[in-house]
Design a binder for this molecule. Sequence first.
Ligand SMILES: Cc1cc2nc3c(=O)[nH]c(=O)nc-3n(C[C@H](O)[C@H](O)[C@H](O)COP(=O)(O)O)c2cc1C
Length: 118
Amino acid sequence: MNHSGKLLPADGIYVAEVQLEKEGRWRRATVSVGIRPTFGETQRTVEAFILQFRGEIYGETIRVRFHHRLREEKKFDKIEDLVNQMKLDVEETERYFELQTNGWRDNAAVKRGESKNH
Ligand SMILES: Cc1cc2nc3c(=O)[nH]c(=O)nc-3n(C[C@H](O)[C@H](O)[C@H](O)COP(=O)(O)O)c2cc1C
């Protein structure tokens, strides 16, 4: 992703939401900011893995809301290890949003004086 003229957080993997320019809604995503050391690259890129989304989009303008930093960008000896780690990152992202939703619901229930277990 072209990010010239934009302020970026430190290299790393993040829980985020992204908005495609042609679409109003915000979608959950795992976003990677960095140079992809596993592939010996040096150019900094921003890549979004959008949850519940099929297909690949390149060259579209998107907005990114960063929520939470998951980890540093790492150099992996095997691509397979990188792919496995990416799966874990995406699972962690799903958990983050589930907890956020459930936490909100539990909090609302507490305010109404309901028990969490019902
Ligand atoms: C969630 C996520 C985590 C990533 N973590 C790393 C990482 O730790 N190290 C790394 O070298 N690249 C990382 N990448 C970048 C991948 O190397 C990149 O997606 C891969 O090079 C495929 O690029 P391409 O779509 O241009 O082929 C990550 C990408 C995503 C989406």
